[in-house]
Design a binder for this molecule. Sequence first.
Ligand SMILES: *Cc1c(COP(=O)(O)O)cnc(C)c1O
Length: 462
Amino acid sequence: MTEKRMSWAEPFKIKMVEPLFMTTPAQRVKALEEAGYNTFLLRSEDVYIDLLTDSGTSAMSDRQWAGLMLGDEAYAGSRNYYHLEEAVRKYYGYKYLVPTHQGRGAENILSRILIKPGDILPGNMYFTTTKAHQELAGGTFVDIIVDEAHDPRSLFPFKGNVDLAKLQRVIDEQGAERIPYVSLATTVNMAGGQPISLANLKAVRALTAKHGIRIIHDMTRVAENAYMIQQLEEGQGARSVAEIVFDICSLTDGATMSAKKDALVNIGGFMATNEWDVFEEARNQVVLYEGLHTYGGLAGRDMEAMAIGIAESVQDDHIRARVGQVFYLGEKLLEAGVPLVRPTGTHGVFLDAKAFLPHLPQIAFPAQTLAAEIYVDSGVRTMERGIVSAGRDKLTGDHCYPELELVRLTIPRRVYTQAHMDVIAESVARVYQRRDRITGLKMTYEPKYLRFFQARFEPLRA
Ligand SMILES: *Cc1c(COP(=O)(O)O)cnc(C)c1O
C-alpha cells in the first residue's frame, strides 16, 4: 500500500507572492451592479479569490519559469518541441505529437481528420468545445455515460464510467463503420469532475477492439483521474499515479489535451496519436489552423513549460495535495450543511442551487443569484452552471430548464492556501444562513450565443 498521510499539505513552499485586491462590501455592490450581476463581467481586480475556472490559472513552478528562459524560438525544429515530444512519450506513451495553442485546437484538427458527415461519436458525457468540433465535422454525439452521472445525490465513486450496454446498443443500431471512435474523457468535467475506473476502461477497450473502433482520449484531467483510481479502485492502491496515467493512455489510440488544466501551464495543448497516417494528416492540417507542426501556435518557451509541467503533474505528492485541497473545501461546506453535488469533484465543488434556494423558481435564476450573493459577501468569484448556461431550446425558443442548477467553485492548482479555503467555506455558510431573505434576478440583456458569458441581470424586488 502507498503510505497514507493524514494531511494533504502542499509539497512546495512559496517563493514569490502576488498581492490580492481587498475590497469593501460597498465596492463589491457597485462592481456587481456594473457587471450586470454576472460574475463573468467582473474585472479581475475587483475579485479577492477567483474560482471562475481552473483553466490556465495554475501557478507554475520555479523550474517551469526557468524553462521559459530556455525557449528556442526557431520557426522550425525548436528543441523545446523535442523535449515536449519526449515528455509525451515517457509519461503518456503516445507515439506522435502535434502541439496546438490549447485543447480546442487539437479537437478541431482531430475531428476534421477522423469524422465524416453522418458519423456517430459515443462518449462519457459531452464537453462543450469537444462536441462543437464533432458537430462542425458533421458528426453526432451520443451520451453513453452511466446513469449515476446524472444524479447529484448518487455517491457512486466512478460516475465517469461508460455504460457498456449503452455503447453496445449504439454499435448495434448504428453499425461500427459509422463510429470513427469512442470519445473518452478522464475525469468527466461536465459530470462535476468524476473519474472513470481502470476496469471500466479495460472493458471499453475490449468491446471497441472487437468492432475495430478507436478510443480517443480527452486527457485534460488524466492525472486527477489516475489519483482517484489509486485511492478507490481495488488492487490499484500500491501503484503510483504516473504508472496509472501511463496505463490509461495505453488503453487508448490517441488523445487531445488542454494543458491549461492538469499539465500546469497558462496556455498550450496538443493532439497525440499512435497511428502514422493520422499523424501525417494532422501535420498537414496543423499548418492551416495553428502553425508549423513543431510549434502549433505556441512559443518555444510555452512548449518547454508544458514539458516540465507534464512531469510535475503526475507526481503523487502534487496530485494528493491538489485533490486534497478541493476535498477539504467540500468537507467544510458539508459540515456547514450546504447542499453539494456528491461526491466532491477532483477540480471543484459544485453547490446545488435548487436545494440552497428552494423558494426561488428556476426562472429567477437561482445559481446566478447565488454566485452574485457569494461575491457580495466576500469577493469570491464563482460561476453559474444552470439555466443561464443551458441557453434556449432551438425549436421552441423557450429557456432550457436543466435538471442541475449549480454554482461551480473551481480551484486553481497551487494558487490558494488552506486559509483561503476556510474563507470561501465561511462565506458560503454565511450566505446559506441568510438564504431565506435572498430574492432572485431577472435577465435584462441576453446575447445570442453562449449567453452566460455576457448576459446582464437586475435584482427582483421582494
Ligand atoms: C478545457 C477543456 C477542453 C478544451 O480545452 P481548451 O484548452 O479550453 O480549448 C476540452 N475538454 C475538457 C474536458 C476540458 O476541460
